[in-house]
Design a protein around this ligand. Structure first.
Ligand SMILES: Nc1nc2c(c(=O)[nH]1)N[C@H]1C(S)=C(S)[C@@H](COP(=O)(O)O)O[C@H]1N2
Ligand SMILES: [Mo]
Length: 446
C-alpha cells in the first residue's frame, strides 16, 4: 500500500507516512480531518496486519477509514465519544450538554420507524418544565390572519382531520463532522436523522381556520424552551418558513409520536414536523405561530444561520452570508444500519447482506449503490418505496467478498433528480450545513 504525495514526488508507504507525518497522512484521506489518537494508532497496527485485498484499487491519497476514524467513534471526525444515557433510550453519542445534543450511532438506525430509544436529540436552549395536562396546552396563531386563534391541543383532534405519517426529520447540520476545515457547531456524523411515525393535524388546516391575509408570506415559530442565558426576552430558536412549505400537506402540528404521547425531550405536548427541511423548522414545545408579511427574522434566521453559499466560497474563509440562500430541502443521503463501522466478521465470510435507509429532503432516493473495492465497482441495492411522501426509504442488497481481510463498504444514494452524494463534503459554509459525502464503514473479515 502506498500513498502518493503528488506528481513526480517519490511514493512513501503508508507506514512511513504515518511515522513521519501522521497529521498529513490523516488529512490525505480526502481531506478528512482529525488527529491520530492512541486508539487509532493502536488500531493501525492491527489494520495493517490484516491484508487489504483491494489495496490496488484505493485511489491515491485514500487512507483506510479505520485509521481516519476509530471504530468507537461513530460520528465522522469525532474523537472518543462520550456515551449518553437517558431513561428509555439506547446509548447515544453526547455532542454537548449545554444545550443537550446527542447523536444516534448510525447502525442503531436499523428500525424502519425510528423509536424513541434511538431518536437523536437537538436542543438550542434549556429544556422547559413538563406539563401535567397535555390537552390543555395552548398555542396561538397571529399576525397576518383574519382571525387570530388560541387553540388547545385537546381541540385540535376534534376540529381538524387527524393524520398519521412516517416523516423524516434531519438536523441541518447532519454530516457536519465531514467538513474540512472544521466548521462551528456540533460535529455530527450521519446520525442526526429520524423517521418516526407522527400523529397530528395539518398546519395548513389550522392556518386556513385562522384565514390567511393576502399579505401572509412567511411563518415564525416560538417554543417554550428558555434561552440558554435564561433571558426571558430571547428565544432559544425562532425560525420560520415560506408559506408554501407551511401549506404542504405533510407539514403538521404533532401531538403523538409512534402511537404514544410525544416524549418530553422531543417537544411535548405539541411540536411542528416540517419533514425534508432542516430539523430547526420543526419547532418543539410550540407556543405560537406568527404569520408574517415578510421573511421572518427571529433567532436562527439570516446571516450564515441555516444558509448556504449561492456561489462556493473559499473553505475556511469568513463570510457574513450576504450572498447565501436559505437551506430548505435537505440533500440526498444514505445510512448503513446493518453493520457498525469497524465490525469484525468470522473468517470465511464471503458475502455481506447490507441494509440501511436513504432520503432526499422533499425528493426521493432513486437508487443506492454500495462498493467494497474503494469505489472501483458499485453494486446497485434494492430501494423500497417510502411508506408515504417524506418518509425515508429502506434499502438492502448483498455484496460479495473475495477473501478474508480489511474491507470498506462505501455507500451512496442518488436522488430522483439524478444528484448523487459527492465524494467529499461540498459547498463549505461557516456553520457547516448540508454536508452529504459518500460514507464509508470498515469491515474486517477473519
Ligand atoms: N423549541 C425548540 N424546537 C426545536 C429546537 C430547539 O432547540 N427548541 N431544535 C430544533 C433542531 S435544530 C432540530 S434538529 C430538531 C431536533 O428535534 P429532536 O430533539 O426531537 O430530535 O428540533 C428543532 N426544534
Ligand atoms: Mo438541527
Amino acid at each position: 500500500m502506498t500513498s502518493s504525495k503528488g506528481p513526480g514526488k517519490p511514493e512513501r508507504s503508508l507506514r512511513e507516512l504515518y511515522r513521519d507525518d501522521p497529521e498529513r497522512a490523516d488529512a490525505l484521506a480526502w481531506g478528512r480531518r482529525g488527529t491520530l489518537k492512541g486508539t487509532a494508532l493502536a488500531t493501525m497496527g492491527a489494520t495493517l496486519g490484516a491484508a487489504i485485498p483491494f489495496a490496488s484499487r484505493m485511489p491515491a491519497g485514500t487512507l483506510p477509514e479505520l485509521l481516519a476514524r476509530p471504530a468507537s467513534a461513530q460520528g465522522v471526525g469525532q474523537g472518543t465519544p462520550a456515551p449518553f444515557r437517558m431513561e428509555g433510550k439506547n446509548d447515544l453519542i453526547l455532542l454537548g450538554d449545554r444545550p443537550l445534543v446527542a447523536e444516534t450511532p448510525e447502525h442503531q438506525l436499523d428500525e424502519p420507524v425510528t423509536s424513541f430509544r434511538n431518536h437523536f436529540i437537538r436542543n438550542n436552549g434549556q429544556i422547559p418544565e413538563p406539563v401535567a395536562d397535555a390537552d390543555s396546552w395552548s398555542f396561538t396563531i397571529d399576525g397576518e390572519v383574519n382571525t387570530p386563534l388560541m387553540l388547545k391541543v385537546g381541540e385540535l383532534r376534534t376540529r381538524f382531520p387527524v393524520v398519521t405519517m412516517q416523516l423524516q426529520m434531519e438536523c441541518g447540520g447532519n454530516g457536519r463532522g465531514s467538513f474540512a476545515p472544521e466548521t462551528r457547531g456540533n460535529q455530527w456524523g450521519n446520525g442526526a436523522i429520524s423517521n418516526a411515525e407522527w400523529t397530528g393535524v395539518r398546519l395548513r388546516d389550522v392556518l386556513n381556520a385562522a384565514g390567511l391575509k393576502p399579505t401572509a408570506i412567511y411563518t415564525g415559530h416560538f417554543g417554550a424552551d428558555p434561552h440558554l442565558s435564561g433571558a426571558t426576552d430571547r428565544q432559544a430558536i425562532n425560525r420560520g418558513m415560506r408559506l408554501a412549505k407551511a401549506m404542504d400537506e405533510d407539514t403538521i402540528l404533532a401531538f403523538r409520536m409512534n402511537g404514544a404521547p410525544i416524549p418530553h425531550i422531543h417537544g411535548a405536548p405539541l411540536r411542528m414536523i416540517t419533514p425534508g427541511w432542516p430539523g430547526s423548522f420543526s419547532q418543539k414545545w410550540l407556543t405560537r405561530i406568527w404569520i408574517r408579511d415578510r421573511m421572518h427574522d427571529g433567532a436562527g434566521m439570516g446571516g450564515t444561520s441555516y444558509r448556504v453559499p449561492v456561489k462556493p466560497i473559499v473553505p475556511g474563509s469568513s463570510n457574513n452570508g450576504a450572498d447565501f440562500r436559505e437551506l430548505e430541502s435537505m440533500p440526498v443521503r444514505a445510512i448503513l444500519s446493518s453493520h457498525a463501522h469497524g465490525t469484525r466478521l468470522p473468517a470465511g465470510t464471503r458475502s455481506l447482506d447490507l441494509r440501511g435507509a436513504a432520503w432526499a429532503g422533499d425528493l426521493t432516493a432513486k437508487s443506492v449503490h454500495a462498493s467494497v473495492d474503494f469505489g472501483a465497482t458499485w453494486v446497485e441495492m434494492q430501494v423500497a418505496a417510502p411508506a408515504n411522501r417524506h418518509a425515508w426509504q429502506r434499502w438492502q442488497g448483498s455484496v460479495a467478498l473475495p477473501s478474508d481481510g480489511y474491507f470498506e463498504v462505501w455507500y451512496r444514494a442518488t436522488d430522483s433528480e439524478g444528484r448523487m452524494q459527492p465524494h467529499a463534503a461540498a459547498n463549505w459554509n461557516p456553520q457547516g450545513y448540508s454536508a452529504n459525502p459518500i460514507s464509508r464503514a470498515a469491515i474486517l473479515v477473519g
